[in-house]
Design a protein around this ligand. Structure first.
Ligand code: C2E
Ligand code: MG
Ligand code: MG
Length: 583
């Protein structure tokens, strides 16, 4: 029988109805407990399974000499972890009391005292239990979201795995990592980030059954523990559901935010029984989901680990490649659309390995992971500076060379000093080089980046924002960044002639460039149609296969010798285009 609020903490009374137990019940009700009665002590195990159970009162007389046995059952039950067992009786002898404490009771309340005294003793126990629960809440829960934290999760996984094994069921461990959450924190502030995390926590909790656990591991990582599921399909459906609930925009304050998540799934017992293994495998699968483009889920697969060791090998090879100077730089011209003049070029790294020339797509992700991106980009920077001075010594007119940098290059590696000493060593002006940073780098810690970029600016070094349009640039920051050039990402140029949305976006970026007095470079221009459309919208500079693929330093020297570049495929259509190439 139960009474009162179904969500309240439960107290179990194992006793005959009598004056004492009635007084006990009234006291507990007054303090907001839901009451369960047990009139058959043999059924104690089943009753203990109740999740909200916090207090158990047993009348020793009622137990008929089975008190110690019941205490033992209680002590071995998982519920003992958060529930206090309190014995009630009168005049029991010292040695029996000692064995009761040993068997697991938390307290003994003598009921031969006055009613006032009895109620006071019960209330002390209630208070002590509430304090215990409060401390547990602090220790085992995440303060921001109120969700179980890593400590409690570990405990739950342990129990879930053991239970599933007994019942021939499966446990699903879903690791959710929010995509690009850091950008939200950095651009909109930590308070907005915190509110968003709390909202995500609420949505996740609403998505799983009462038996399952949603925990926060810290940062933007959540775990969803699915207990005793029938098949992996349930985990897949849950993961799909999570992606769907996240896709509904969040309203934080007066702004609408969109966020996606990548989910990795490990199943027990198939993918392991230990917490360490399960978490590691869910993590590997989550990274696969990120690599596959984010906003999706992946089950862990045995060969994922092989791929990890493949990455490890690649990582070692990259170390050697630096030592043995296997990186070469190719250059791609940036052409002024109206005149065909080469007004700049971009330095792009390639890896000369086992007789092949590997493009950056084949190794930069690993270099980002292991930090080698820093020395690799610096090497490209040095080679580019050296190359400018070689070209100049041959009498060539060389425009500025743009070098790509990773976010990591800006973090305590003395980039500014290196740039200064390279300019000095190769007798270059600051304006001979441009640094390309991505939107993500710019927004990583905008205030620090602004300070650093201003110092480069003081040297005359150009700054370009690469892949513009793909990130979260906030206009208020953009205004403060000392940026001279925006590079429209190839993704928007690709379908330019066919897709009017892309055209509108390109137009928006172009007018942004005008407002902030920045040059705009369109990347990945392959066709005359794209070029003429860009020209119509007064896009100044074009970089793409239409004019030239990235080429070796020697071929670039030949391009620099020609007065202007004429796109090969343009010869017939040229008169109809206003490339300005016709005299
Ligand atoms: P990015 O900086 O956006 O460079 C432009 C990429 O687009 C280059 O790819 C270039 O070859 C390619 N591209 C240019 N025009 C066209 C076109 O018309 N059609 C097509 N399909 N592609 C075109 P690449 O050389 O493979 O470089 C890829 C990315 O690797 C670069 O993207 C840049 O983010 C990164 N990267 C290259 N070199 C370095 C480096 O030295 N340091 C760092 N940190 N990153 C680098
Ligand atoms: Mg670039
Ligand atoms: Mg780019």
């Amino acid at each position: 029988m139960s009474e009162q609020n179904p969500n309240a903490a439960t107290a179990l009374i194992v006793a005959d109805p009598c004056i004492v137990s009635e007084l006990l019940k009234q006291t507990l009700l007054k303090h907001g407990y839901r009451i369960s009665w047990l009139d058959d002590p043999a059924l104690i195990s089943n009753t203990l399974d109740e999740k909200s159970l916090q207090l158990v009162f047993v009348d020793l007389d009622f137990l008929n000499g089975k008190a110690i046995e019941l205490c033992e059952i209680f002590r071995r039950h998982p519920v003992a972890d958060h529930t206090s067992l309190i014995a009630i009786n009168k005049d029991i002898d010292e040695s029996f009391l000692a064995s009761l404490y040993k068997a697991g009771i938390y307290d003994y309340v003598d009921c031969s005292v006055s009613a006032t005294e009895f109620v006071k003793r019960i209330e002390n126990n209630i208070l002590s239990q509430k304090n215990k629960m409060h401390v547990k809440q602090l220790v085992y829960h995440d303060a921001l979201t109120g969700l179980p934290n890593r400590l409690l999760l570990i405990d739950r996984i342990e129990h879930a795995v053991a239970r599933a094994e007994r019942n021939n069921k499966v446990v699903g461990l879903l690791l959710l990592d929010l995509d690009d959450f850091k950008l939200i924190n950095n651009t909109l502030g930590h308070e907005v980030g915190d509110d968003l995390l709390a909202e995500v926590a609420m949505r996740l909790t609403g998505q799983v059954s009462g038996l399952d656990t949603v925990a926060r591991l810290g940062g933007d990582e959540f775990i969803i523990l699915l207990e005793s599921i029938e098949s992996p399909a349930v985990a897949a459906i849950t993961a799909q559901g999570i992606n769907e609930i996240l896709s509904v925009p969040f309203t934080i304050g007066d702004q609408k935010l969109r966020i996606t998540g990548s989910i990795g799934i490990a199943l027990s017992p198939g993918d392991g029984r230990s917490i360490g293994r399960l978490m590691r495998h869910a993590d590997t699968a989550m990274y696969k989901a990120k690599e596959a483009g984010r906003n999706q889920f992946r089950f862990y697969q045995g060969d994922m680990e092989d791929k990890v060791s493949e990455r490890l090998r690649l990582s070692n090879d990259l170390h050697r490649a630096l030592d043995e100077d296997e990186f070469v730089v190719h250059y791609q011209p940036q052409v002024e659309a109206a005149t065909g003049l080469i007004v700049g070029m971009e330095a792009l790294v390639r890896w000369q390995h086992n007789g092949r020339l590997i493009p950056p797509g084949g190794f930069l992700a690993v270099a980002e992971e292991n930090g080698l991106i820093v020395p690799i980009s610096e090497r490209v920077l040095e080679k580019s500076c050296e190359q400018i001075s070689i070209w100049r010594s041959r009498g060539l007119r060389v425009p500025h060379v743009a070098v790509n940098l990773s976010t990591k290059n800006f973090k305590g590696h003395g980039l500014l000093e290196k740039v200064k000493s390279l300019l000095e060593k190769y007798e270059l002006n600051g304006s001979d080089i441009t640094l390309e940073i991505t939107e993500t780098t710019a927004m990583d810690s905008p205030e620090d980046i602004i300070l650093m970029l201003n110092e480069f600016k003081a040297l005359g070094v150009g700054i370009a924002v690469d892949d513009f349009g793909t990130g979260y640039s906030s206009l208020s920051y953009l205004k403060r960044f000392p940026v001279d050039t925006l590079k429209i990402d190839r993704a928007f140029i690709k379908d330019l002639a066919a897709d009017t949305d892309d055209e509108r976006l390109v137009m928006a970026i172009l007018s942004l460039g005008k407002v902030f007095s920045m040059k705009v470079v369109a990347e990945g221009v392959e066709t005359i149609e794209q070029a003429s459309l860009l020209l119509r919208h007064q896009c100044d500079i074009i970089q793409g296969y239409l004019f030239s693929k990235p080429v070796s330093a020697d071929v670039m020297a030949q391009l620099l010798e020609s007065t202007r570049l004429i796109p090969e495929q343009a010869t017939e259509q040229l008169p109809t285009l206003k490339f300005g190439l016709m005299e």
